[in-house]
Design a protein around this ligand. Structure first.
Ligand SMILES: NC(=O)c1ccc[n+]([C@@H]2O[C@H](COP(=O)([O-])OP(=O)(O)OC[C@H]3O[C@@H](n4cnc5c(N)ncnc54)[C@H](O)[C@@H]3O)[C@@H](O)[C@H]2O)c1
Ligand SMILES: [Zn+2]
Length: 456
């Protein structure tokens, strides 16, 4: 078992990483000081709820807690105001009062939606994150909670830290392969934000991580959490230009997701493309070397993730073959932006990031040139022998490829209350996590580029 503490400005909460945690939730809540008189509300999605909901409810009931559960449809489209309204309606009907505690059981979607519901319900109730995806090692740390607007990702949200994050890594074993690959994109980001040693480790660990080797996976998650926690502690409210570094790859990623109506490629897949494209932009702007771009493409390849929009489209992950200009339109709504420019967090080396504002006049051309460079770099590095191949998304929970019109991400998504009898098909336990080696993140001044800039 590993417990990390996230601590900053009067906030302090544990992130417990352990296999089998869900069975021991009663004891964990007890340790957090949640008394039995407080009503619990488990929020999940329909896939995770079917797998783990009954087990979590049973563990809590057997410890003497009163529990209600509500499952929203799985997928990014549940991060919407319409779903928030459905969730808070279910909370009201379940009699959740101000003493209530929400437990967000699921990946980053349920974590972001549940955290935001907790933040606004009766002006704020406490909540606990119960992450079930690899990607949630990122999403559950740092207290950022949000839903999407059809025009912009995560644009309606709050800084609202949880009471605790209780990460049962045994639950990862049921993740569909596409979600496993997607989840590692944020870990690639954390390695790149950390240092060359983490990047090198990630390269050699890729095979074990994709097989979900329990020891190596737990170590990777703990290392990633440590990188994120250090950056958050340095700038909890994103007011000092430090935390924005976590947005490496995300200006592009969020635009791709919004352009897809939050229903096409997965967040991690968008981040993989974003890391490559934005590193190519850094090279274009004279801020990074082509060798760094090669490194990023190799990392993305090692985890079977798409390196470019064309690769994502060829694998059936991207529904709309838009052009750089169309994506640039969505980038203008990015919440990092100040004034008219579009802000990117650009790497110049592992551990070295600067915030760079690109003017609207320069944006389209700069992005198009960077995309050409990214595609060239991707062509030069074929997938290594034996590497995971990009697979079409058949069968994945987000796999539906329909003709939904642009910007339909906030269509009402209706959920359902638990009947208390859903199947619990969770996989077996995995060995306990080994201790990680927290890697600090640093930022150095990158060389000046031909655009306005603000250093992180
Ligand atoms: N708040 C933050 O700081 C932060 C950071 C990074 C990402 N995010 C957000 O996180 C979201 C992505 O999170 P995600 O990738 O976890 O997506 P997700 O929550 O949609 O989960 C991915 C899919 O896997 C299924 N699933 C989850 N756990 C499972 C399990 N154990 N077994 C089987 N299936 C399982 C879910 O039903 C879903 O279909 C995005 O909205 C992103 O913006 C937030
Ligand atoms: Zn992300």
């Amino acid at each position: 078992m590993t417990t990390l503490w996230v601590a900053y400005e009067g906030v302090r909460y544990p992130v417990v990483v352990r296999a089998g945690l869900f069975q021991e939730l009663g004891r964990e809540l007890d340790a957090l000081g949640v008394d039995r008189a407080r009503p619990l509300f488990v929020l999940s999605d329909e896939a995770v709820g079917a797998l783990y909901g009954a087990r979590v409810e049973a563990a809590l009931r057997s410890a003497g807690y009163a529990v209600a559960r509500y499952d929203v449809p799985a997928g990014e489209r549940s991060k919407s105001l319409a779903t928030l309204e459905a969730v808070t309606g279910a909370m009201l009907r379940a009699g959740i009062d101000r003493r209530g505690v929400l437990l967000a059981l699921g990946g980053g979607v349920v974590g972001d939606l549940g955290g935001f519901a907790a933040a606004v319900y009766m002006r704020g109730i406490e909540y606990v994150q119960l992450p079930t995806t690899i990607l949630a090692h990122d999403a559950s740390v740092g207290g950022k909670v949000a839903v999407n607007h059809p025009l912009a990702k995560n644009i309606l949200g709050a800084f609202y830290p949880p009471l605790a994050v209780l990460y049962d890594v045994a639950a990862l074993r049921t993740l569909p392969p596409r979600e496993v690959r997607s989840g590692y994109a944020e870990l690639i980001k954390h390695a790149l934000l950390s240092d060359a040693a983490f990047v090198a480790w990630l390269h050699q660990a890729a095979g074990a991580l994709l097989r979900l080797d329990p020891i190596v996976t737990a170590e990777a998650l703990v290392r990633g959490i440590a990188v994120k926690a250090a950056i958050v502690a340095d700038d909890p409210k994103e007011s000092r230009g430090v935390r924005e570094r976590l947005n490496v790859g995300h200006t592009v990623a969020h635009a791709l997701e919004a352009a897809e109506g939050f229903g096409g490629l997965l967040h991690g897949e968008a981040v993989a493309v974003g890391l490559v494209w934005e590193t190519a932009l850094a090279v274009e702007l004279g801020r990074a070397s082509p060798a760094l771009l090669t490194e990023v493409v190799r990392l993305v390849r090692a985890f079977g993730l798409p390196a470019t929009p064309a690769e994502a489209a060829a694998a059936g992950l991207l529904r709309r073959a838009a052009d750089a200009a169309a994506w640039a339109t969505f980038m203008r709504y990015d919440k990092k932006n100040r004034g008219r420019g579009v802000r990117f967090a650009l790497l110049s080396a592992p551990g070295a990031v600067a915030l760079v504002d690109v003017s609207p006049e320069a944006l389209t051309d700069a992005l198009a040139a960077a995309l050409r460079r990214a595609e060239e770099a991707a062509r030069a590095i074929p997938a290594p022998e034996g590497a995971v191949r990009l697979a079409p998304p058949h069968g994945g929970p987000d796999a539906a490829v329909d003709g939904t019109p642009l910007g339909s991400g906030s269509e009402p998504a209706t959920g359902r209350m638990s009947t208390g009898g859903s199947p619990d098909a969770a996989a077996g336990r995995t060995p306990a996590a080994g201790p990680g080696s927290p890697a600090g993140a640093s930022a150095e001044r990158a060389p000046a580029g031909p655009v306005a800039e603000e250093e992180g």
